[in-house]
Design a protein around this ligand. Structure first.
Ligand SMILES: *Cc1c(COP(=O)(O)O)cnc(C)c1O
Length: 379
């Protein structure tokens, strides 16, 4: 059926009708007074969402661009960095560090297992010469549905004193309580197609004073990605280059919707959807990749050898998109995204269609147990 496609993947995420309408407005000049007012409102609301007094810069890039900017603006070639790698995204950040000639040490765990905070502690405590210039952490590792213990790793970084903490919060911002100023996170990157309820195209980066100090001595060449330009423009409610004006209209509307819902309610909704997905999976006889105490609130990864058949049936019969596994987990897991504009009803719909799909594919399980468990978790 036309126009009934349902996105239950961890990005791009569904977009509310109010936002779609805002996106469809005729563009206005980006140097106009009217647009400047919109930027001012967006900037204020981005600070609210990030729980920060610092600037949140918007770049016309995807989340990866925001992370790359977060590295090349505050570090220099040859700097020693520790990168947490327990999934596709951590691996990508290590690759970026390597491409730029940083002395990169990967702290690895299996996909599905949270990073070992003690490994970070040991390396940071042993670094008496303060050679480690940054610790790079993927807070919610989307590829495995794991929420890494950012709070504890951050404590060890703070005890070290010199290193910056650079955080990929792409699927935790707006899905999990991340009080950036209280934690003292130095650089935090995110992207529009995840928790923001708008399409892809904008990357966000929140920078504190310690990182701006590092910016002054950072030696990587950059032009479009030079965050100093964005900071300067931000102070005048402007942007250094032409922003995606229509996406900004959408962002303005989405942030207003988020404010009306309230941060606490948004976090509670994501926690509820996560819990419901997990109990439903177990009730349907499936097992989870991430442990209960390290579950991403954006995405739930479910193990089964017929993951691709499940995804295919869900898409063809019910027009529901689920995410697959990446790299070595392809075919071994599927992932339910419950990030952004996703309601209890959306999740119940997904679980009931999943039950019908599993029945069709011959899974042996108690056929109403999933919906029952999910409904109880949502109640
Ligand atoms: C989606 C995502 C990104 C950004 O990917 P882009 O395709 O560059 O937007 C980064 N980190 C995580 C954890 C993500 O889920």
């Amino acid at each position: 059926m036309e126009d009934k496609h349902m996105l239950m993947i961890p990005g791009p995420t569904p977009v509310p009708e109010k936002v779609l309408i805002a996106l469809g407005k005729h563009p206005i000049g980006h140097r106009s007074g009217d647009f400047s007012k919109i930027i001012a409102e967006i900037n204020q609301n981005l600070k609210w969402l990030h729980q920060t007094k610092n600037e949140v810069l918007s770049l016309n890039v995807s989340g990866t661009g925001a992370m790359e900017a977060g590295m090349i603006n505050f570090l220099s070639p040859g700097d020693r960095v520790l990168v947490g790698v327990n999934g596709k995204f951590g691996d990508r950040w290590a690759q970026i560090c390597e491409v730029f000639g940083l002395k990169t040490e990967r702290i690895t765990s299996d996909w599905g297992t949270p990073l070992d905070t003690e490994e970070f502690r040991n390396l940071l405590e042993a670094d008496s010469n303060k050679e480690i210039k940054a610790v790079v952490i993927t807070h919610s590792e989307t590829s495995a549905g794991v929420l890494n213990d950012l709070e504890t790793i951050n404590k060890h970084v703070k005890a070290h004193g010199e290193a910056l903490i650079i955080v990929d919060a792409v699927t935790s911002l707006g899905a999990y309580n991340l009080p950036i100023d209280d934690l003292g996170l130095d650089v935090v990157a995110s992207g529009s197609q995840k928790g923001y309820m708008i399409p892809p195209g904008l990357g966000f980066i929140c920078v504190n004073d310690k990182a701006w100090k590092a910016y002054e001595t950072s030696k990587f060449p950059r032009f479009y990605m030079d965050l100093g330009k964005y900071k300067k423009a931000n102070a005048k409610d402007s942007t250094p280059f032409t922003p995606p004006i229509n996406l900004m209209f959408g962002l303005q509307t989405a942030l207003q919707m988020m404010q009306r819902e309230g941060l606490e309610n948004i976090f509670a909704r994501h926690a509820r959807l996560t819990q419901a997905s997990r109990v439903a999976a177990k009730a349907m006889g499936l097992s989870l990749l991430a442990p209960d105490n390290a579950a991403s609130t954006a995405v739930t990864a479910i193990k089964t050898d017929d993951a691709e058949a499940i995804r295919s049936t869900m898409r063809k019969k019910y027009d529901i998109a689920l995410a697959g596994g990446q790299d070595h987990l392809k075919g071994k897991i599927f992932r339910i995204g419950h990030l952004g504009w996703v309601s209890d009803r959306d999740l119940l719909t997904t679980i009931s269609c999943l039950e019908a799909t599993l029945t069709e594919l011959g899974h042996d399980f108690d056929a109403k147990a999933g919906v029952k468990a999910a409904a109880a978790a949502l109640a």
